[in-house]
Design a protein. Structure first.
Length: 404
């Protein structure tokens, strides 16, 4: 799409803004965001109401106020006092277990890990300094010792292990998840929560690696949080406290249902499945119309991910339309509604498939198979073998930072 000068202009803008990011990293996300974004007129007219740590924000400027909790609500001393004498038993040490567990530990809270002794996670946890018999136990022992049981097994494993785990979650404990999957689709997963325990959720909007890296940078990841069962009357504040303790910067209120529906929908749509489908469709047409692999890749993926998408992320779509050439702008404005109309029925089908449990059933059936990793590897290899991604591998080698 873009001319060289346009691409240069965008890269310069991106580089300028990334310098501003590093300059503000130690400040709060609010002030960082203020530095990076140019508020629209509507944003200037509708300022958020500020109460320490709790914000009521009218995101769409249509009168629908949403609660957002900020980590300032739970400074370290208050967290320590709140969780005094309590043990976090974190079950599973995969992506989220790693990020959340280390952040809890660095926040000075009492946390132990529970994983099976013959699995890869046991070794990984030891490498991160969890000590067998002191802070690292098998699953049963950790749950027995814990007050807040954090079920961070893979979603398929949560279902598989539930008949064994459920009797260990005795009244008085708190049961925590990072996804609404197991509880909302209990007819399929069989995860029926026990009575007498608070059941809460904090779902970081990113991988466990990002949960950790943002925490180490002194920032915090955005997470959603929800309460499913409140027996103590304190589940809501407990969920926000845990959210901050695991390394969240901002906590957006949701429900277990909304969290799982939006999450499964998003990852199948614009976050991964939909975007991959769109890349493939555009690339194939270019190739069928005689364009070279490098040209097809550059116009489909490279320019998108390296130049345009980061700018859309930082400044929004209006900025992108404003910053591009008049030719690009006219065409994109004209074609956007056609893509929306063509894709909306697919997104509606997808939402139905999520809500009626079809996606959950498929996930449990596939990921519950003993040989699921081997089967997945075959699918992964098929993606690696696609011409678009082979071309991408070569194009990436020619990025300025990869050329000696
Ligand atoms: N990954 C993300 O980006 C992300 C983001 C937000 C929320 N979440 C949610 O966070 C939760 C944890 O996800 P994750 O991605 O961290 O999981 P994961 O990386 O897939 O972790 C899997 C963990 O489950 C254990 N496990 C698997 N099968 C088991 C079994 N049969 N018995 C006992 N342990 C078993 C593994 O132990 P072994 O090493 O012993 O196999 C490992 O510790 C999920 O609810 C997920 O939806 C994930």
């Amino acid at each position: 799409m873009a001319s060289r000068s346009f691409t240069r202009q965008l890269r310069a803008a991106a580089s300028k803004s990334s310098k501003s990011v590093s300059a503000v990293q130690r400040r709060t996300l609010v002030s960082a965001a203020r530095q990076l974004t140019r508020p629209t007129q509507a944003q200037r007219q509708a300022p958020a109401q500020q109460v320490r740590g709790l914000k009521m924000i009218d995101f769409a400027q249509n009168g629908q106020l949403e609660k957002v909790h900020e980590r300032a609500e739970w400074p370290a001393e208050k967290l320590h006092e709140y969780f005094k004498g309590q043990t976090f038993a974190l079950i599973g040490y995969g992506s989220q277990g790693y990020g959340q567990g280390l952040n809890l530990r660095d926040n000075g809270l009492n946390v132990i890990i529970g994983v099976r002794k013959d699995g890869a996670s046991w070794k990984a946890a030891q490498e991160d300094g969890w000590v067998p018999g002191e802070t690292l136990f098998d699953v049963d022992e950790a749950i027995n010792k814990g007050d807040i049981v954090m079920n961070l097994l893979s979603d398929a494993a949560q279902s598989e292990t539930w008949p064994h785990i459920k009797p260990l979650i005795t009244p008085g404990k708190t049961l925590y998840f990072s996804h609404g999957f197991s509880v909302v689709f209990k007819d399929l997963t069989k995860v029926d929560v026990p009575e007498g325990v608070d059941v809460v959720l904090v779902a970081p909007k990113g991988s466990g690696r990002t949960v950790r890296s943002l925490f180490k940078e002194g920032r915090g990841i955005n997470s959603s949080f929800a309460v499913f069962q409140d027996v103590t009357g304190k589940a809501y504040e407990k969920a926000t406290a845990i959210g901050v303790a695991i390394g969240s910067g901002y906590l957006y209120e949701t429900t277990f249902e909304k969290e799982v529906y939006s999450d499964l929908y998003g990852e199948r749509g614009c976050l991964m499945g939909g975007i991959h489908g769109m890349f493939l469709a555009q690339y194939e047409v270019l190739r069928e119309r005689g364009h070279t692999p490098s040209e097809a890749f550059n116009e489909t993926v490279e320019e998108a991910t390296q130049s345009l998408y980061p700018l859309i992320g930082k400044y929004g779509m209006d900025y992108m339309y404003d910053a591009c050439s008049t030719t690009a702008r006219r065409g994109a404005l004209d074609w956007s509604p056609r893509f929306k109309d063509a894709l909306k029925p697919v997104f509606n089908d997808l939402y139905d498939s999520v809500k009626n449990g079809t996606e959950t059933k498929r996930s449990l059936e596939f990921n519950g198979q003993a040989d699921y990793r081997a089967k997945f590897e075959i699918e992964l290899q098929a993606i690696r073998d696609l011409e678009i991604w082979k071309a991408g591998k070569e194009v990436r080698k020619l990025r300025p930072e990869n050329v000696e």
